[in-house]
Design a protein around this ligand. Structure first.
Ligand code: NDP
Length: 512
């Protein structure tokens, strides 16, 4: 995330924001905050363009998405530079999280949307099946509002946008004020790919713009961001009685069992905690390792963390904190933990050798659930490790959270890992891996508890950009309903007999 500073503007003029690079503190550019009028203009154009797009075949829509994929491949270096300038993340992270993941999403939905969204023929049960044909058609909703956060500014804008477009919708996208230039890359991509005019509108601005979009005449909101804003979006959508998916924050737990491969688990913990400088919705935010292995595990983690290189230029492993507000939260959580007795094994301060917003990769022990660092989303390069009696204790603590986005379990016994996963109340779990679910396009991804509502990705996610419309066709041209009247006592007796036949015997129940 970048550093965002309001620019003084004359009374009555539009608000402007200056964006700076959080790693180098150099200016990146300025944006004008778009308001409710801009939202309405964008929506009008989107609504006008949508029916013709929806009338195209999946193949025709997929052709545009594939051309867009070619644009991403061709211009990836340019796009990476834009993301780096606003976020200060590492080049490898920009390439992996933003570019690779975006290409994967585009290819997946271009290839599979037709199969997932094709009209389904269903066999109705029992007698109904003799009389009716059932088809379920996946109809686009119309115009989808996509509101995206700053931590994955390209992928978290592109993934919902590509899915909504493949499903036949138009999209109005509002990226975060912290990464407005990365947020405009989707427009560049699709313009060059020849997406018909009006279908993808990008509005830059801040919370005012986002709020205006949720209050406008959209047909669905696909929101990714914090719990607090997600709640406001849910209220706005409830007012308008439109659906929303909310992909919100997390406090993912990692459980290390006694039989875990501790080298792999330590490597997984470090990747889980420090990827994207810890600003990753399903990053590992707390570890529960069983007592017999906690010391060895912690030692291995600290050894690895000591080798991480933090920086702003050249080759490095851990980048900047994307914006000052996040740095403030990290420092508050750390101060609270240390005051309550946490022991800092490494890091625990801003990096004194770098000028930008850098917090050193940090490992903590002696932590407890009285500390904010174990219960609130820290969203920074901080890894608290807690020793626990046994796996039961670990599961109990993992579930002691208002969040439930993802989580991970480390054990050599895959079936046992699966069984533990089933007992964690969370959106998804990895066994001997971390945070990979969002990248597995077949897997529905979404949070439980305060971590979200609904799911993105997979057939469930793609279909959430549609209304599943059942069309019931009478096999006999409407003869049966046409003879509904007159009602008679004789017919009622017939109905009673029919019910006894259908559900009063085991043969009847089996056939019904
Ligand atoms: P925010 O909730 O602050 O912002 C998200 C988006 O909402 C931004 O575009 C923001 O605009 C916009 N917004 C702000 N106010 C409103 C409003 N009243 N109505 C509508 N939109 C509004 O989240 P962050 O950008 O800080 O993102 C970090 C959070 O996102 C973390 O909690 C992280 O866990 C979560 N996240 C969840 C993911 C998931 O898949 N579950 C994935 C990635 C992140 P602006 O920034 O311009 O104010």
């Amino acid at each position: 995330m970048a550093i965002v500073t309001p620019i003084e503007t004359p009374a009555g003029a539009r608000r402007r924001l200056a964006i700076s690079n959080p790693a180098t503190l150099q200016p990146v550019g300025e944006i004008e905050v778009q308001n409710a009028d801009d939202v309405n203009t964008a929506l009008e154009a989107a609504r006008k363009a949508q029916p013709a797009w929806a009338a195209l075949s999946f193949d025709e829509r997929a052709r545009v998405i594939r051309r867009a994929l070619a644009v991403v491949l061709e211009r990836q270096d340019e796009f990476v530079e834009i993301v780096l300038s606003e976020t200060g993340k590492t080049r490898s992270e920009a390439l992996m999280m933003e570019i690779y993941a975006t290409c994967d999403v585009m290819n997946h939905y271009a290839k599979n949307a037709a199969k997932i969204l094709k009209t389904e023929k269903k066999r109705a049960h029992g007698l109904m099946g003799l009389m009716k044909q059932v088809r379920i058609a996946y109809r686009p909703l119309g115009v989808v509002g996509v509101i995206s956060p700053w931590n994955g500014p390209l992928i978290l804008a592109m993934n919902p946008t590509v899915q909504a477009l493949m499903a036949g919708n138009a999209v109005v996208l509002k990226p975060s004020e912290v990464t407005p230039f990365s947020g405009q890359i989707p427009r560049e991509i699709f313009q060059q790919a020849g997406l018909p005019d009006g279908l993808l509108q990008v509005l830059v601005g801040d919370g005012e713009t986002g709020a205006a979009l949720t209050a406008a005449d959209v047909d669905k909101i696909s929101f990714t961001g914090s719990v607090a804003t997600g709640r406001k979006v849910a209220v706005a959508c409830a007012e308008r009685l439109i659906p929303c998916t909310l992909e919100l924050g997390g406090k993912d737990a990692m459980i290390v069992c006694e039989d875990a491969n501790l080298d792999n688990a330590a490597g997984g913990a470090v990747a889980g905690a420090f990827m994207n400088t810890g600003q990753y919705c399903c990053g590992t935010e707390r570890v529960y390792a069983v007592d017999p292995v906690v010391d060895d595990f912690t030692e291995k983690v600290v050894e690895r963390v000591a080798q991480l290189r933090q920086g702003a230029e050249g080759e490095f492993d851990v980048g900047a904190i994307f914006w000052p507000q996040q740095l403030a939260i990290i420092e508050e959580h750390m101060a609270d933990a240390v005051e309550k007795g946490a022991k800092v094994l490494c890091g625990g301060r801003r990096n004194p050798n770098l000028d930008g917003l850098f917090y050193e990769p940090t490992v903590l022990t002696n932590v407890s659930h009285d500390m904010r660092i174990m219960t609130e989303e820290t969203f920074g390069p901080v890894l608290p490790i807690m020793g626990v009696r046994d796996e039961e204790h670990a599961i109990q603590l993992a579930n002691d959270s208002e969040y439930g986005l993802s989580g991970n379990v480390w054990t050599r016994d895959k079936q046992h890992g699966f069984e533990i996963a089933q007992r964690i109340i969370t959106g998804s779990v990895c066994v001997n891996d971390m945070s990979v679910t969002y990248g597995v396009q077949e897997a529905p991804f979404g949070g439980r508890k305060n971590s979200g509502v609904g799911q993105v990705n997979g057939a469930v996610g793609l279909r959430s950009y549609c209304h599943a419309e059942p069309v019931i066709i009478d096999r006999f041209g409407g003869k049966q309903v046409a003879t509904m009247y007159p009602h008679s006592l004789r017919r009622d007796e017939g109905m009673k007999k029919l019910m006894r036949m259908q559900w009063g015997t085991s043969l009847g129940r089996r056939l019904s």
